[in-house]
Design a protein around this ligand. Structure first.
Ligand code: PEP
Ligand code: MN
Length: 272
């Protein structure tokens, strides 16, 4: 494959030739970067009853990693901004009661410590991919980081963002393709499927795909998940709610439990 990395781009630690093997991230017997891994849950942490109910239903299906944002970096200041610290307390309860590993977003350096107390994986959202002070601090964090591609970022820029974290000493970085902005207006963003094999050809880091934010449409989650797996994704990040129309954020792209079960079946049940 022709290299995508231009020679002026100072990639070092993310490059495949630095490590002989792909990066694997171990959570006891659950491993990211090995077989297909699914992270699922609602866009936002909602009230305790709703969040726990969804988590329990997903845990029963064999899910190991639960996503939900307590701090929500929304496009509009008038939209739901997340439950913030209260949301973290709810996630702590989810973790305790279900054993699920928690994936949740860190939106600025001021909340790294409190998010890291609860999260098993800290998510850096698309809007923050270029926030270099946040990336530098996360380089000193002892938790894995799920780094989302910015909506207008080239792959070199995603790699350089990861390089900031690796350079700080944190080698547990997961990259995430979540759609980029194009002229197409029938999906929210455009899922860059070709990025998956290109990233794998360049870097040893695991690559996840988020078909929920990439498409903004729940009817596209199953086909785009299957396409991502066919292209070599190490994992999927999927928005799921047991009453998707009532989701406090991103309802249009959130699938219900039944569709999630169908997706698992069509992927030969990666949770089984
Ligand atoms: C999210 O995963 O909840 C999210 C906000 O995604 P993104 O940063 O990709 O927009
Ligand atoms: Mn969302």
């Amino acid at each position: 494959m022709r290299s995508l990395v231009n020679e002026d781009c100072q990639l070092q630690l993310v490059r495949k030739n630095v490590l002989k093997e792909k990066t694997k991230i171990y959570f006891g017997s659950d491993i990211i970067g090995d077989k297909l891994c699914i992270i699922a849950g609602p866009c936002s942490v909602e009230d305790e009853t709703t969040t726990l109910r969804i988590a329990e239903k997903l845990a029963k299906l064999g899910l190991r990693f639960f996503r939900a944002g307590a701090f929500k970096p929304r496009c509009s200041p008038y939209s739901f901004q997340g439950l913030c610290e209260k949301g973290l307390t709810i996630l702590e309860k989810v973790k305790k009661e279900t054993g699920l590993k928690i994936v949740t977003e860190v939106i600025d350096i001021g909340v790294i410590d409190i998010v890291a107390e609860v999260a098993d994986i800290l998510q850096v959202g698309a809007k923050n991919m270029g926030n270099t002070s946040l990336l530098k601090k996360l380089g000193c964090c002892n938790k894995p980081i799920l780094l989302k591609r910015g909506m207008a970022a080239q792959l070199d820029e995603l790699f350089l963002a990861a390089e900031y974290i690796l350079l700080g000493g944190n080698s547990n970085v997961i990259l995430c393709e979540r759609g980029i902005r194009t002229f197409n207006n029938y999906t929210r963003f455009t899922l860059d499927i070709a990025a998956i094999p290109m990233i794998k050809d360049t870097s040893h880091l695991p690559i996840f795909v988020d078909p929920s934010h990439a498409t903004g449409r729940r009817d596209l989650i199953i086909p785009m998940s299957k396409a991502s797996v066919a292209a070599g994704a190490d994992g999927l990040l999927i928005e799921v709610h047991d009453e998707p129309d009532k989701s406090l954020s991103d309802a249009d792209q959130t699938i219900g439990i039944k569709a999630f079960v169908t997706l698992l079946r069509e992927l030969d049940n990666p949770l089984g």
